[in-house]
Every structure is written in structure tokens, then in C-alpha cells.
Design a protein around this ligand. Structure first.
Ligand SMILES: Cc1cc2nc3c(=O)[nH]c(=O)nc-3n(C[C@H](O)[C@H](O)[C@H](O)COP(=O)(O)OP(=O)(O)OC[C@H]3O[C@@H](n4cnc5c(N)ncnc54)[C@H](O)[C@@H]3O)c2cc1C
Length: 429
């Protein structure tokens, strides 16, 4: 019997999973492995943890859902908490595995982990195979090498749309065989910290982690409620589940594959309607791809004060201003409503995110990295590439070709919340 370890990170699904597919091709038995990285529980310099209670809950649900999906196929999953590099070394010794399969990531910490894991396991005699599985377009299919990725999104999009194709899906595997004696260790109460607040009735959606819930969300948004055909007109909304797809939390943990969404859009275009809205969801997924490739190209600069432009200093960090912003007590009603929604639910619309980020940087003149860290703590859909990429953009240190883009919250509220309904919904309670 030969065994392969499948190292899972932000690819918590069975559909469209190349690493899983390859592991099953190679080995008789597989050991899916997930490690809750101890960095999740570390404090930021701003006095809160990197991962807040609601995001952790969504992540734990996602891991549990995958564990159940493997169990239904007769395969045990190894789950632990700590340092993935050490944990994988121990697992390799315990199982006598010959191979390790995984999906590659784009950001510095994750890439450093990959390098350390591969080095360790190779010196223990394992073969390691990494694949790219997190974007719509595979980097090898782009019309330029990642090192020469265009610095402006529109240039990237136009060339990619013209010259590249989205690959086919990897099928959901049928039979598979696991090993006996897998262990499951979950984050302790102490690591989890405060309990997540109960679901707020004002939330856009009662988000639940896991592949099944992600697929059900797509089924509802595309097929049951037929909302994709009006996406372009509704996507700047603020209230309710229907104004945008809400796919982002499942995309962030890899419970939904962007390629799967793309192929479903194509099916929708064949079976229902093809219009500007159906295209626009692909356009937005291209933004997601772009930030992932930007992170890959620019490395650690994405997280530094001067951003990927490396153009000077950020504003100083202002603890009091950050506190008021975080709590929705700046006295700017539109900003406060958005920040309260984020804190209560772990979600905020794209319109809201642009406004509150701009406000922290340009009105409160606070270091953008403190705001990005709060988003990292709170957002269910936190993704290092999309989060830090968008913050770079809004702070003027990223890929925005327009200099000094500042959002005027009064004007924005008048345009997007003209009756004040959203501000009343999240007003002072
Ligand atoms: C300051 C700031 C921080 C952000 N942080 C994150 C983050 O950590 N994680 C995250 O997934 N998105 C982030 N976004 C992007 C965007 O706000 C969310 O992806 C979107 O609001 C999620 O809702 P949805 O799934 O309903 O989006 P939809 O409008 O339905 O869009 C579909 C998908 O397209 C992608 N997408 C849409 N807009 C963007 C964008 N501007 N950048 C990258 N991808 C995009 C997302 O994957 C999204 O799920 C951030 C935006 C800003 C301005």
C-alpha cells in the first residue's frame, strides 16, 4: 500500500481539486491534512487577534464540512492546530507516506511555509507536488509571465480575456481509500477566545462554512432566484442577500472554485440569458485573479507601508481614531453604519469597504495597515491578496492609475442610500 498526504489550506472542497485528483492517481491511500495555523491566534500590533471569532467559526465549519465529505467516502482526515511545517513532518513519519500533494499559494507567509515543508519532506524522502488551483485563469495560460504582469488592471483584463482560456474542471472523485487512526485536534476554547456573536437578523446572509453551503448559495443565486441576470444593476446594493453573489467567504477558503462559478455562468448563459450582468460577474472574478497575481509578483511589499508602489510612508497609526472607526463611532453616519455591520456580521458590501477604507486613510489620516488588519480580523471572506490589494489601491500605494482617489461619504450615501434605509438599519442601537 502506498500513501499520499494531501495538504489542504485554502482549497477546502472536493470539486475542481487538482491536488486531490493527482494524489488519487498516484497512491493507494490518501491522508487529507488540515492545520489551523497558530498564527491565526496571534495578536496584531493593534491589540486584537489576527483572526476574530466569526471568521474562525466560518473556517472551522468549512473544515468540518470537508471532514464529513471525506468521511462519507470512507476517508479519515487528519486535523491539527499549530505549525504546519512541524505537523506535516510528524504526519509523514507516522504514515510512511511517499508523496505530498498541495495547492500553491501567492503570499509571503504561505510561500515560506511551502518552501519549509517541501524542504523537510524531501529530505525525509517524500516527493512533493504543488499545483495552482485558486484562480479563474491558470498563470501558465496568461499571455505574459507573472513577473511581467501589467501594473494596471484594465491592461491585464483585456489581454487575458483576448488571449487566455479558462481550463476545464477537475471532476469530483468517486472512490477513494484512506488510512485508519487519523487524529483530529480543533482550536481550544482559549485559542478561540470570545464566542462568536449570535447571528444578527440584519445580516445580509446567515453564512455557513463548507462546500455544501457554498454550492447551495450558488444554486440559489443563479438558478432558484435567477439573480445573475441583474447582477450589474444590483451589485452596489447594501441590504439583503440578493444584491450581489456573496460568494466571497466560500471563495476565500476554497469551498467554491472560481472555475466552477465560471462554468456555471456559461451554463446560465446557454440556458437562461447572456447579458452584461452575466459578463460582469466574470469581470469581478478577474479582479480577484488580478490581486492574487499582484501578490505573487510583488511579494512582501504588499504588506508594507509604501505598498507595491513603495512610494513613501503611510500615515502614522492613531489608536483613538482606529478605535472609533472600528466601533462605528466616527459620527459620520454612512461610515458608522458600515463599520457596525462589519463588526456584527463579518461582512460588508464592496461599496461600504471602499468608503470606510478611504475614510480611515484620507479623513482620519491613519496608517492603512491598521484598517487592513481589522478587516483581516473581522471579514468572513478575508483573503490576503484581495484584502491587502484593495487596501493598497485605496491608500494610493497600489495599482490605482488614478492619483488621490478619495470617496466622499456624504455623496456616496446620497447616491447609494438615498432614503437612509441602510444607515437607519445599522444606526446607533
Ligand atoms: C478595502 C477592501 C478590502 C477587501 N477585502 C476583501 C477580502 O479580504 N476578501 C475578498 O474576497 N474581497 C475583498 N474585497 C473585495 C470585495 O469587496 C468583496 O470581494 C465583495 O464585496 C464580496 O461580496 P460578493 O461575494 O457578494 O461580491 P460580488 O460582487 O458578487 O463579486 C463576486 C466575486 O468577485 C470577487 N470580487 C469582487 N470585487 C472584488 C474586488 N474589489 N477585489 C477582489 N475581488 C473582488 C470576489 O471574489 C467576489 O466574491 C475588499 C474590497 C475592499 C475595497
Amino acid at each position: 500500500m502506498t500513501t499520499a498526504i494531501l495538504w489542504l489550506r485554502n482549497d477546502l472542497r472536493l470539486h475542481d481539486h487538482e491536488a486531490l485528483h493527482r494524489a488519487l492517481q498516484q497512491a493507494d491511500t490518501i491522508v487529507p491534512f488540515y492545520c489551523f495555523d497558530k498564527r491565526l491566534f496571534e495578536d496584531t500590533p493593534y491589540g486584537f487577534k489576527r483572526c476574530g471569532a466569526q471568521r474562525l467559526q466560518f473556517l472551522m465549519q468549512s473544515v468540518q464540512s470537508l471532514q464529513q465529505a471525506f468521511a462519507a467516502k470512507g476517508v479519515g482526515m487528519e486535523i491539527t492546530v499549530g505549525n504546519p511545517v512541524q505537523a506535516l513532518q510528524d504526519l509523514a513519519e507516522r504514515t510512511g507516506a511517499k508523496w505530498m500533494f498541495y495547492h500553491r499559494e501567492a503570499t509571503t507567509e504561505e510561500l515560506a511555509d511551502e518552501a519549509a515543508v517541501v524542504k523537510n519532506l524531501q529530505s525525509a524522502g517524500l516527493e512533493c507536488h504543488g499545483f495552482w488551483g485558486s484562480t479563474l485563469f491558470h498563470p501558465e495560460d496568461l499571455p505574459f509571465p507573472l513577473a511581467r504582469l501589467p501594473e494596471v488592471f484594465t491592461d491585464f483584463r483585456k489581454r487575458t480575456e483576448r488571449e487566455a482560456q479558462v481550463r476545464e474542471l477537475w471532476p469530483v472523485p468517486g472512490k477513494m481509500q484512506g488510512i485508519a487512526g487519523c487524529q483530529q485536534v480543533w482550536p481550544s476554547e482559549k485559542q478561540r477566545g470570545e464566542a462568536p456573536s449570535p447571528s444578527d437578523p440584519r445580516a445580509v446572509l446567515a453564512f455557513e462554512g463548507g462546500e455544501a453551503a457554498g454550492l447551495a448559495r450558488l444554486q440559489r443565486y443563479f438558478w432558484e432566484e435567477d439573480r445573475l441576470q441583474e447582477y450589474k444593476e444590483t451589485r452596489n446594493g447594501l441590504i439583503g442577500q440578493g444584491y450581489s453573489s456573496k460568494f466571497s467567504p466560500w471563495l476565500a477558503v476554497g469551498a467554491l472554485s472560481p472555475r466552477f462559478i465560471y462554468h456555471e455562468i456559461q451554463r446560465y448563459e446557454r440556458q437562461r440569458i447572456s447579458n452584461q450582468s452575466t459578463y460582469w460577474l466574470i469581470f469581478e472574478l478577474l479582479w480577484r485573479d488580478y490581486f492574487r497575481f499582484v501578490a505573487h509578483k510583488h511579494g512582501a511589499a504588499l504588506f508594507q507601508a509604501g505598498g507595491i508602489k513603495q512610494n513613501g510612508q503611510a500615515h502614522p497609526y492613531k489608536a483613538k481614531a482606529l478605535e472609533l472607526w472600528k466601533e462605528g463611532r466616527t459620527k459620520q453616519a454612512f461610515i458608522d453604519a458600515n463599520m457596525r455591520e462589519l463588526r456584527a456580521t463579518g461582512f460588508m458590501s464592496n461599496r461600504g469597504r471602499q468608503n470606510v477604507a478611504s475614510y480611515l486613510v484620507h479623513h482620519l489620516k491613519c496608517d492603512w495597515r491598521a484598517g487592513a488588519a481589522w478587516f483581516e480580523h473581522t471579514l468572513l471572506d478575508y483573503d490576503p491578496c484581495s484584502n491587502y490589494g484593495n487596501w493598497n489601491y485605496l491608500a494610493g500605494v497600489g495599482n490605482d492609475p488614478r492619483e488621490n482617489r478619495v470617496f466622499n461619504p456624504e455623496k456616496q450615501a446620497a447616491n447609494y442610500d438615498p432614503q437612509g434605509e441602510y444607515q437607519r438599519l445599522w444606526g446607533a442601537s
